[in-house]
Design a protein around this ligand. Structure first.
Ligand code: FO1
Length: 322
């Protein structure tokens, strides 16, 4: 069975941890082997940050699936040290983006491999495989398409808006710089076409899933796909579980609710999984032609992550069987 997941950062990575834990390991041949391919947002990438190529969402997913991620923050490496940053600070540099010493190793490796002319897909494969990640991780595109936020104090990279300035600026617009001339990474359109199940992970619909959908060809591939497409709402009780999705959705004139998420994905979505807190929205979302499953979606333990993943796979199978 081929499962394809569209993913951003922390929320998606937590869901993926549940998913890979409910899929029988290859050696247990209870069913045809299940391949999981993750199409990851690269709009957060910084192409020359301290001279390095930084891919936050790719690293969050890689470290999480490798069991290395810092569980408290959801990003960076568990137990990492920050001596390099401390030295940079002493030398007068602004170290607002916290890159740990081991994390810097990943960025140095990626930057050197890219400089040798290897593609971001190949670099991502090399790094994730060396960390023992079994899923196939694909950057949404291989060209640099930074997400920029137009605010009342000017245009800035998404990470500067979110991390450096703590998402305090008024959002006027969200721009996926150069995305119209980008193309999906090799294999992405095929993997969507051949998928048995497509999952939209609980990531920020505007700046994590949005850029993936904006890569020319990907949204149409999802619309044309024969596989059922199931999303988990990242908005629970009118608020994002984590991050600035509410501010960004409001700035785009989208209702900050699972119904708003359904609106954003309506042209390719078959089923939306919403939290118990939002069960009163079920019928109005179903009126949009999208089936709704009401579940506990707060992933506060591995047990809950696994239960959510199983519910999503079950919803997809139920939809596929009509
Ligand atoms: N998020 C923060 O809020 N503060 C940080 O200092 C920070 C550092 C960081 C380093 C590497 C990495 O892969 C991610 C990092 N993040 C940090 C997370 C990141 O800013 C966002 O959570 C994602 O880009 C959004 O999905």
């Amino acid at each position: 069975m081929r499962v394809v997941v569209l993913a951003g950062g922390v929320g998606a990575a937590r869901f993926l941890e549940g998913l890979v834990n409910v899929i029988p390991p290859e050696e247990v041949n209870v069913m045809p082997p299940v391949e999981v391919t993750v199409i990851i947002n690269t709009g957060d990438d910084m192409a020359n940050f301290m001279g390095l190529y930084i891919s936050p969402d790719i690293d969050i997913v890689t470290y999480t699936l490798a069991g290395k991620v810092n569980p408290k923050t959801g990003w960076g490496i568990k137990g990492d040290t920050f001596y390099c940053l401390e030295m940079l600070q002493r030398l007068g540099f602004d170290t607002w983006f916290k890159l740990g010493d081991q994390d810097l190793g990943t960025h140095l490796a990626r930057t050197m491999m890219l400089k040798q002319g290897r593609s971001l897909s190949k670099v991502t494969k090399a790094i994730s495989e060396s960390m023992g990640v079994r899923c196939q991780l694909l950057p949404m595109t291989e060209s640099w398409v930074p997400t920029r936020i137009m605010t009342d104090v000017g245009l800035m990279h998404f990470e500067e808006y979110l991390v450096k300035r703590k998402a305090k600026d008024e959002v006027e617009d969200v721009i996926f710089d150069g995305i119209e001339s980008a193309s999906p990474s090799p294999g992405i359109l095929e993997v969507i076409k051949q998928a048995d199940t497509i999952i939209i992970a609980p990531s920020n619909p505007i700046v994590s899933i949005g850029p993936i959908l904006a890569v020319p060809g990907i949204r149409q591939a999802l619309i044309d796909a024969s596989a059922p497409c199931v999303a988990i709402s990242p908005i629970v009780g009118g608020r994002p579980v984590k991050g600035p999705a509410d501010k960004l959705m409001a700035a785009q004139g989208v209702e900050v609710s699972p119904r708003g998420v359904a609106e954003l994905y309506h042209d390719f979505l078959d089923v939306l999984v919403i939290d118990l807190q939002d069960r009163m929205l079920k019928s109005s979302i179903e009126e949009m032609g999208i089936q709704v499953v009401v579940k506990q979606t707060m992933m506060t333990s591995l047990r809950r992550k696994k239960a959510l993943a199983l519910a999503v796979l079950k919803a997809a199978r139920k939809f596929a069987n009509g």
